[in-house]
Design a protein around this ligand. Structure first.
Ligand code: APR
Ligand code: ZN
Ligand code: ZN
Length: 375
């Protein structure tokens, strides 16, 4: 019985800028009011964790426990937590759903005022930490921190899922899969028969492909500079693969020619400003929609001729595929269990948690789509 007690366990800590992960013994304090302590069972390695390691996106002070794509089991709950109990299988949410703020009350967005993506304090709502190591407080990451055997999150940052869901697969619903899939089915709301292009065939781009296919798109074009990504992309439903480096013309011109005037939907899943502009320009000038999914380096800027918007193109962006976590994550897990889509193709590697640095090397070398760490 660990409820109400400090738990000693292992976590992967980043002690400073560009440092590797270091497996340490840590103490995890009991959950306070409206908090939940979770035993992590599986955690995926996402590009955004690597962005945080490199300082590409904003991140709080070190030391920090990263990780945000996981599945686990509730160990104990703090005062006032009514909808979760020990033993519940859960997915932590980096986009919370408090249910009370202006955004949560609007069907137009999945963002919640409690979202800490641009302004991560690394602390719980009462400005304290639940993690300590060698007498030092450790910061958390975007309200989740899943590279640890136990974590504590706010109850707004948890979705309860089906008890039979395999954690080593459904952890991807905690970020990568939902981000891509939702961009297609929820943000773009692709109609059957559409023509789509996906820039970047990593874990996010391939999840967009799965969404395009489920939504009934008939032409799904994949763009990547790494031709090793093409075989898997075709397995998942991509009809044409294009390597921009094989063409002398700008890629948007190639795509406009190939599709007789531009695509219905373009998705940028790389995080480069140049490919964001290419994605926008590859859409049909009147009825096309471009969706920014990739995360560009902090303080980057895009410029384009505003005339290109004047005939009715749409440019939008979304995080976590536009899904409100508490409402949609349990359903996504059920859809997976009902075989509406498959996650197996996205998981290329599984490693024991201690080999986390090896997992990040696989990501950096382009060899993995997703590595799942098992606890
Ligand atoms: N043109 C085309 N493809 C490119 C280019 C380029 N200039 N540069 C990189 N790529 C390809 C890579 O070869 C890789 O297949 O883009 C893909 C990116 O995939 P991953 O690195 O696996 O990243 P992923 O996890 O899919 O995330 C993509 O979304 O959530 C964000 O932070 C994330 O910005 C990142 C993006
Ligand atoms: Zn992620
Ligand atoms: Zn809210």
């Amino acid at each position: 019985e660990t409820a109400g007690k400090v738990i000693k366990c292992r976590a992967a800590i980043i002690w400073g800028d560009k440092q590797p992960f270091s497996i340490e013994d840590i103490e995890v304090a009991p959950p306070r009011a409206h908090e939940v302590r979770i035993k992590i069972l599986a955690s995926g390695i996402c590009r955004s964790d690597d962005h945080a390691v490199n300082g590409t996106i904003s991140n709080p002070a070190y030391p920090i426990i990263l990780g945000h794509e996981a599945a686990g089991v509730v160990e104990s709950v703090g005062e006032g937590v009514t909808n979760l109990k020990p033993g519940d299988k859960v997915i932590p949410l980096f986009v919370p759903q408090c249910g009370e703020c202006r955004c949560c009350k609007s069907p137009k967005t999945n963002i919640c005022v409690k979202t800490k993506l641009g302004n991560n304090t690394g602390l719980m709502e009462d400005n304290t930490s639940r993690f300590s190591c060698k007498g030092k407080d450790i910061y958390n990451f975007i309200g989740t921190s899943t590279f640890t055997e136990y974590t504590v999150v706010s109850d707004a940052n948890v979705a309860k899922i089906d008890a039979s869901a395999p954690p080593e697969k459904v952890c991807l619903i905690g970020c990568g899969f939902s981000t891509g899939y939702g961009s297609a089915v929820k943000v773009a709301k692709i109609e059957p028969g559409s023509t789509c292009v996906i820039f970047g065939l990593g874990g996010i781009g391939l999840s967009v492909v799965i969404g395009c296919k489920v939504a009934g798109a008939t032409r799904i074009i994949g763009v990547d500079i790494n031709p090793e990504k093409f075989a898997k992309a075709k397995e998942l439903g991509v009809t044409d693969c294009i390597n921009p480096q094989d063409n002398t013309k700008p890629i948007h011109e190639v795509l406009i020619e190939l599709t007789g005037g531009g695509v219905d939907y373009a998705f940028e899943c790389i995080g480069h400003i140049n490919s964001m502009t290419s994605a926008l320009l590859s859409t049909h000038y009147a009825l096309g929609t471009c969706i920014i999914v990739g995360v560009a380096p902090k303080s980057s800027q895009i410029s384009f001729d505003p005339m290109i918007m004047l005939f009715g193109r749409t440019l939008k962006g979304a995080c976590f595929g536009g899904f409100k976590g508490k409402d949609c994550v349990p359903q996504l897990v059920s859809d997976y269990l009902a075989k509406k889509f498959d996650l197996d193709g996205l998981v290329t590697h599984t490693l024991p948690f201690e080999k986390i640095n090896e997992g990040f090397e696989l990501l950096r070398s382009g060899k993995s789509i997703r590595t799942v760490l098992l606890f």
